[in-house]
Ligand binder design. Structure first.
Ligand code: HEM
Length: 265
């Protein structure tokens, strides 16, 4: 239904809020002297306007909106699941924390520390995305002509979705699929068949932000583990994933955190 339908006022209001937010950021940046622009994504988008390509201010707005929607919620939701996975798997958390001595204490990991130096930590995030692929229904397609998929024939114009969550829990590719095992993604682990792990999609429409997302999540995860030990409060049940745009816990997640000062010497 088009957005101007009377009962869609909530959506219109939400869109206005988002657009205003982005406009405020944009205008604040444009008000600043050019050499005071920080080196961030917005600056890079604005600078790309000076290329020969006709990248308009409206394009910058649209890109901001896309990054905000595609990039913010997915990354945040994954970190929530990651915190749960590490809290409920203390051994994996211990090993991940053990890597952090490579990062100067109290500082954020620098770009050269990533991802080579924090390999296991990155594996914990990839394994989190296997168990809880936060964008499990984004991957939909419509056939432009009839195609044969195994024993199935999909006529032209069939709309279908790839069941990422199911694929990630298929024991043919992931032994003991319910077990959190970051080592599945170790460099020397048996290779996962192409297409069996598609947390970021695959093919021409693969996630444009996957490397940015992995970098951001690894930095945040490292900074969290530097400071805190995560654990599951006694008696709490594992959260149930529900689809609410992204895959989220059905209840607010409560974890116990204690200072990690003593944990990394
Ligand atoms: C944990 C984080 C993220 C996950 C799990 C994720 C997952 C996905 C998935 C499954 C798709 C759909 C691919 C398809 O339809 O085949 C997608 C597309 C996309 N993602 Fe992400 N994403 C994440 C973070 C980000 C970030 C941080 C950005 C940008 C800053 C981003 C930008 C995009 C864009 C632009 C597309 C559309 C690509 C296209 O259609 O050409 N994503 N992502």
């Amino acid at each position: 239904m088009p957005d101007w339908m009377p009962w869609k006022h909530e959506k219109r209001r939400a869109l206005r809020t988002l657009k205003d937010l982005i406009e405020r950021h944009l205008q604040n940046r444009l008000k600043l002297a050019r050499d005071a622009w920080p080196d961030d994504l917005l600056t890079r988008l604005l600078e790309s306007r000076e290329d020969a390509s006709a990248f308009s201010l409206q394009n910058v707005r649209d890109e901001c909106m896309r990054v905000f929607l595609a990039g913010h919620e997915t990354t945040a939701a994954t970190l929530v699941w990651w915190a749960w996975c590490l809290a409920s798997n203390p051994e994996a958390q211990r090993v991940a924390r053990g890597e952090l001595h490579r990062v100067p204490q109290g500082s954020a990991p620098a770009v050269e520390t990533l991802p080579a130096e924090l390999d296991y930590l990155a594996q914990t995030i990839k394994e989190t995305l296997r168990r809880y692929p936060v964008a499990p229904l984004l991957i939909s397609r419509r056939t432009i002509r009839a195609i044969q998929l195994g024993e199935w024939t999909l006529p032209a114009r069939t709309l279908f979705m790839i069941p990422v969550h199911l694929m990630h829990h298929d024991p043919r590719w992931f032994l003991d699929p319910e077990v959190f095992r970051p080592e599945r993604f170790a460099p020397d682990a048996p290779e996962v068949p192409r297409g069996a792990y598609i947390a970021f999609g695959a093919g021409p429409r693969v996630c444009l932000g996957q490397h940015l997302a992995m970098t951001a999540m690894t930095v945040i995860a490292a900074m969290l583990l530097q400071r805190f030990v995560l654990s599951v409060p006694e008696g709490s049940a594992p959260p149930r994933p529900v689809l609410n745009v992204t895959l989220r816990p059905d209840q607010p997640m409560h974890l116990a955190i204690t200072r990690a000062d003593a944990a990394i010497a």
